[in-house]
Design a protein around this ligand. Structure first.
Ligand SMILES: NC(=O)c1ccc[n+]([C@@H]2O[C@H](COP(=O)([O-])OP(=O)(O)OC[C@H]3O[C@@H](n4cnc5c(N)ncnc54)[C@H](O)[C@@H]3O)[C@@H](O)[C@H]2O)c1
Length: 343
């Protein structure tokens, strides 16, 4: 079995990717996650779905020696998927140094270890937030990056630059995947976004409002220049995102890359407004949401959706699941959490 190291393997996208990797029956998967934004319970959930155990090293990636010891113990790692990062746009605005420290140090340390331990295949979680506010939609990988709107987005943009420069002098082959807005949960309903800290993304806020954990949700901004005044995003099912990592890893392992550093957008290509997302949820769940329209939130862009045709052409990947499937799986997961939460 080929061994893949996932950083952030107990987090939302990392855990779904571990499930897809295990399902292939070709990979062993280990993880480094310090549980700053996830719980060790994820390992049990992955096991209940796949029947396989992902060893998680509870290590802070900022600690180079601790990361090195994981590589020393696992000399058979063939690829790294680097998900681990702090990811709240709002928190990054209030704690820029914390975000720069965590996200840059983690990235630099994991790249150093790939170099030192001769792991040649590396995938990085980037984000559409790097594009900032752009006039011309959809965005392609060639869309000029404008001023990023938050320190979080800056860690992704600079992260890409760090990797690009590193690839010029290293044998490590790297792909940066720019996710648009991953939502939804595993089809079993047994794994989803396990919100440890205050949820900042739309869908966990929606499902928590639906079960009454949030008494009333706020839609940030109703006066944007969009079709209904709310911000527009390109939502993409987390399982589709996970599948893209498999395809990207195979692409690198099979030596199909043309350059040592390549970048791909991962989106559905459809712009959905916050109110349209709320409507889709209400339709599939039959639950009316209690929400108000509030002020705009610092760091948010107005409207963004992708052109992901490059990923289709090169990686053979494209989004399969629509907004209704995203909402129904997220709702299934929320009910699972409700049933399994001690009162
Ligand atoms: N979810 C999204 O909407 C989205 C969109 C675009 C990009 N991304 C990026 O995708 C990646 C995964 O996102 P996610 O939604 O799964 O987030 P997540 O918070 O669920 O998972 C990230 C994991 O990284 C871990 N982590 C953070 N800092 C660490 C450190 N110093 N050492 C060890 N572990 C650490 C956290 O505990 C967490 O489990 C992140 O890099 C994020 O920026 C996410």
């Amino acid at each position: 079995m080929s061994k893949i190291l996932i950083t952030g393997g107990t987090g939302y996208i990392g855990s779904h990717t571990a499930i897809e990797l295990f399902a292939e029956n070709r990979f062993d998967v280990i993880s480094i996650d310090n549980l700053v934004n996830s719980s060790a319970d994820t390992v049990g959930r992955i096991e209940s779905i796949t029947g396989k155990t992902m060893t998680n090293y509870q290590v802070d990636l900022v600690d180079l020696e601790a990361v090195r010891s994981v590589f020393k113990e696992n000399t058979d790692i063939i690829g790294v998927i680097h998900f681990a990062a702090l990811k709240s746009v709002g928190d990054s605005v209030s704690d820029p140094l914390g975000y720069y420290h965590n996200n840059f140090e983690s990235l630099i340390n994991i790249l150093k270890c790939c170099e030192e331990f001769d792991v040649k295949n590396f995938i990085f979680s980037s984000s559409c937030s790097i594009y900032g506010n752009i006039d011309k939609l959809p965005v392609t990988e060639d869309t000029a990056v404008t001023e990023t709107e938050s320190p979080y987005a800056q860690t992704k943009w600079m992260g890409e630059r760090i990797i690009k420069d590193f690839c010029k002098v290293s044998k490590v082959k790297c792909i940066a995947l720019r996710y648009f807005n991953p939502v939804g949960a595993h089809e079993s309903g047994k794994n989803g976004e396990d919100v440890i800290n205050k949820p900042s993304n739309l869908v966990p806020v929606i499902t928590r409002t639906a079960v009454g954990w949030i008494p009333q949700m706020t839609v940030f901004g109703g006066d944007y220049p969009t079709r209904d005044g709310t911000a527009i995003r390109d939502y993409i099912h987390v399982t589709d995102i996970a599948d893209a990592h498999l395809k990207a890893m195979d692409y690198l392992l099979e030596g199909k890359n043309e350059h040592n550093y390549e970048v791909y957008n991962l989106g559905s290509g459809n712009g959905v407004s916050v109110l349209e997302a709320i409507n889709a949820f209400e339709k599939v769940s039959g639950v009316k949401l209690n929400y108000v329209i509030g002020d705009r939130r610092a760091g948010d862009v107005i409207s963004i959706y992708s052109d992901s045709s490059l990923a289709k052409d090169k990686l053979g990947w494209e989004a399969q699941k629509d907004i209704d499937e995203m909402m129904s799986s997220a709702w299934k997961w929320q009910q699972y959490v409700l049933e399994n939460t001690a009162v």
